[in-house]
Design a protein around this ligand. Structure first.
Ligand SMILES: Nc1ncnc2c1ncn2[C@@H]1O[C@H](COP(=O)(O)OP(=O)(O)OP(=O)(O)O)[C@@H](O)[C@H]1O
Ligand SMILES: [Mg+2]
Length: 392
């Protein structure tokens, strides 16, 4: 998510910082790097995990260069091996740059960071294939080499190896960060895909899954109509009425009927999905409004069936910046208070990146990062591969 960086009590590391401070920081300070399905930006977050409650210290967002984004958007089943490997290398460099820029802004050096949790760019996610697979690009070796910091990456495949969907992984962090809210509540991350986390009052029995499209169809329709990469504030969607028949047809998709555990990606909800949706005869604005209602309605339906007792919905991800989408969500969920995660201590733009910093910490401490009830894995497992940093 690219926006003005949100500084929340950034570390001020001056020459007077004593050794003990530095040692403590080095033990508990983590960087999270995230590039989501929207492929809009690299989000980098510096997290302090020295207390029970994670604290976001500094953030940095950097847009993906247009040429790289176009190439990434074009990746599909037919993409050649050489191109994939080149993309992996280029993304690795871009991720390393984002981490270095974040540290420069925060005045933090590499020996003050214990590890970087790097999600990488998902290029393929096929959790329901006979041999389930998922691929996140962004060579962690390059990040470790450039920063000198230990990198934890490739978080999803261990969960898949344990029989899970490899997604969503955010629920464990949502539980850690929003665990102090005592009423039954849910979190929804509206990125390219939307995923919900249901947090019962006692935080045992956490569930979660991908509800379906978040922004991905809205962004794709915008691009197809030369309206930029996204519908700013949902202004275009707000101009038109939704078409009830079209909406009913779109909601009839098999993904929405499937019970959890389930996860999805732009391999499924994409331009091809729109092309088969018989949108001819509708004005482009009507389609945009109907797609926005599809996102809001399917999130609402999912929540209602997964957690009828939820009183509060905390929204994060770029979708939280879309006023039209937020109004639709509130209309679809009159029984819940719908609010931004900013009201609970973390800006919606940085929750996902912070989550991968937190997962890196869990992995280095040998703790599981997945929740089997969410991903469908047979058991809790530590996630990711560890790429040692080492100083030069
Ligand atoms: N001001 C805005 N108005 C409308 N939509 C916005 C605005 N800002 C961001 N967005 C939407 O949010 C998207 C980016 O959100 P985000 O970065 O959370 O998604 P992501 O990178 O796909 O992450 P995830 O891993 O959760 O899928 C943009 O592509 C756009 O659709
Ligand atoms: Mg993003």
């Amino acid at each position: 998510m690219v926006s003005a960086p949100l500084w929340q009590g950034a570390y001020h590391v001056s020459s007077t910082a004593d050794r003990e401070d530095t040692r403590r920081m080095g033990q508990y300070t983590y960087i999270g790097l995230m590039t989501g399905t929207s492929m809009d930006a690299i989000d980098a977050a510096l997290l302090d995990l020295s207390d029970a409650a994670p604290r976001l210290v500094a953030t940095h967002g950097t847009p993906l260069p247009d040429a790289l984004r176009r190439q990434l958007l074009a990746v599909g089943a037919g993409t050649g091996l050489t191109e994939l490997l080149e993309l992996d290398a280029r993304l690795g460099e871009a991720l390393a740059n984002a981490a270095i820029e974040l540290m420069n802004r925060a005045g933090v050096t590499s020996n003050q960071v214990r590890a970087i949790g790097s999600h990488g760019q998902t290029l393929w996610h096929a959790p329901d294939a006979e041999h389930r697979t998922t691929l996140q690009a962004g060579d962690p070796n390059r990040i470790a080499e450039r920063t000198g910091i230990t990198v934890v990456a490739d978080f999803r495949r261990r969960d898949m190896a344990a029989g899970g969907q490899g997604a969503p992984l955010a629920p464990a962090f949502h539980r850690a960060f929003f665990g102090s809210i005592t009423e039954p509540r849910a979190v929804v991350n509206i990125g390219g895909i939307a995923n919900v986390t249901c947090l019962p009052a006692d935080t045992t029995g956490v569930t979660g899954f991908d509800t379906g499209p978040g922004n991905v169809l809205l962004d794709t329709w915008c691009r197809q109509h030369d309206r930029g990469n996204y519908d700013a504030d949902g202004a275009w969607a707000a101009q038109a009425r939704t078409d009830p028949q079209l909406l009913a047809r779109l909601r009839d998709d098999q993904y929405f009927r499937r019970p959890p555990p389930k996860s999805t990606g732009r391999e499924y909800f994409n331009a091809q999905w729109l092309a088969t949706a018989k949108l001819e005869g509708h004005s482009p604005a009507t389609v945009q409004a109907t797609l926005a209602e599809l996102t809001a309605g399917t999130i609402a339906d999912s929540l209602r069936s997964a957690m009828p007792s939820a009183k509060r919905l905390l929204v994060c991800g770029g979708g939280a910046r879309n006023g039209d989408l937020m109004r639709r969500l509130a209309r679809n969920l009159p029984e819940m208070v719908t609010e931004s995660t900013a009201d609970h201590g973390i800006s919606p733009d940085w929750v996902e990146a912070a989550g991968f910093a937190w997962l890196a910490h869990a992995t280095l401490d040998g703790r599981p990062g997945n929740i089997p009830a969410v991903t469908g894995a047979h058991r809790p497992v530590p996630l990711g591969g560890i790429y040692p940093g080492g100083t030069s």
